[in-house]
Design a protein around this ligand. Sequence first.
Ligand code: BES
Ligand code: ZN
Length: 620
Amino acid sequence: MKKLALCLCILFAACQSNKDHTKKTAQTDLSDRSDPHSYSIPTDAVVKHLDLELAVDFSSRILTGKATWEIQNLTATDSIIFDTRQMQIEKVILDAKKDAKFSLGKKDTFLGQALNVKIEPGTKQVTIWYKTTKESAALQWLNPEQTAGKKQPFLFTQSQAILARTWVPCQDSPAIRFNYTAKVTVPREMIALMSAENPQKKNSSGVYQFRQPNPIPSYLLALAVGDIEFKSIDSRTGVYAEPVTLKRAAWEFSDMGKMVSAAESLYGPYLWNRFDVLVLPPSFPFGGMENPMLTFATPTIIAGDRSLVSVISHELAHSWSGNLTTNATWNDFWLNEGFTTYFERRIVETVYGREEAMMQEAIGFKALQASIEELGPKSEDTKLKGNFAGRDPDEGVTDIPYEKGYAFLKVMELALGRTAFDAFVTEYFQSHKFKSITTEDFVLYVQKNLFVKDPKLSDKLKMSEWLYEAGLPDNLIKPSSEKFLAIDSLLNANRDRLPINSLKSQISLANEKLYLLNVLPDSLDKKDMAQLDQAFLFTHSHNAEIQCAWYMHAIKNNYQPAVAAIEKFLINVGRRKFLIPLYKEMVKTEEGKEWARRIYKKARPNYHAVAYSTIDELLK
Ligand code: BES
Ligand code: ZN
């Protein structure tokens, strides 16, 4: 009976979706679409090239835009659908001459509104005139005081996962690629940079032209405007930053050229010409963002000792896993991030040695275990193949796609041997370059290229368990590092008291400190906290990862000497990865909640929408 009801339900849903599909009306339930996070129907009419014109106005905090899309009308359909959110559409023109009829669909919180433009079978070009709004979530407009130089305002975008539609009307699915050219007008004292070929100097006109020669998905559209200068590292790498940050940034990232060469020697040529990094103001909500040709990075990775540069290896690795071979939907996000985490650690191993890579792997594994515990080992959200239809895909940005994805690829590496696995990965990127694929496409590729040659491999890998089941399969390889084992044994031999002096003489590296902070007991008395702080200067560390891990202990144990530093950190830094755990820990007690609310009042104006939307929920 239950089964029959379910069948009827599915049949009804299928009829509904068919009916809707033929009507091509805007839907808010997209769960049956190949990409549940885009209204577009690329099998009917799809974009191929974007020519974007933007005027950047800092006083009104609005972008005025004209997006000319070259399209292919594949089925001679009478409409093309774009994704839009938090923007105002002014007019739409077909083939540079004819006014088009258009309508906007129902509003959805995350998906925004479908923009349905009436076209003709032969339509080649659709030009959309629009303005962004104060709400446009991809954009963060900063006052001069929120920048390092404190003199000029700053603007940057963050399009991943589905925010490109808040500043460019587009078919906002990672399965749809296009090339782009752009012309951006900014105030004369500033420079504009994009995920494209970039200028290295300001000009006197304030007008900048861009070209991205490779086809990219919309989530890699990016723009930054500010008082920014460039410093070259080598012939194909360099750093952009505000003048006061530039020198420190160039020193910290001086190995970028070596990283690109290491990456090429692993998995094939770098196909994006230049690899530059832009250091943003501290409100940037991520560690890094792999915008093609111009990775965006948080200044919190400038620790002064190059201890956090693996973030740069990570974003560089996305030039293959992600920017060349892309997840077709956000449910396949592990294909981007799992492969990138694996590739990142191989670059780190090549440039900084095996011990460094192993320490990072072990820290990643600790984070994975903690995440699985937090989500619950049976939680659907611990599966590599995600299901985020009807939800914000940002909910899928957990350690699962990164570290469980990594752990699965380590299982593959061990089963095949490194040489064969590297050949497989090189060939995988080569045969899927500029393509977007699903987890199922990946499974077919593995079956065709590996299982056919070695049928026993299938059992060894337990691939479907890794991809489609919750928790961790039993063929998991637990990473370990000699240096961390030494810390473990010190702690184990002194269970009744913390051996602070021995720890102090043994530990010198940032990774070791981070590991120690990971394995310390939750409950520490005031004396232990003070002694740890005295031994390792945690409260005033220059390493943001260490600061965050220490502040978690400080909150848990009500360690007063860190209070001012925590407040300063939360007000200055906008990186989600740090903010969310810290605020989550604070709201566990009534007193903490009040404290969090007090800080948040001052801090919220410094956060990007992707950070404050989550924290608003936490502090409600
Ligand atoms: N592409 C991601 C950031 C991202 C993911 C933005 C999903 C929006 C939605 C980037 O490559 C990334 O993974 N950044 C990490 C760095 C890291 C794991 C080294 C981050 O920001 O912490
Ligand atoms: Zn990434």
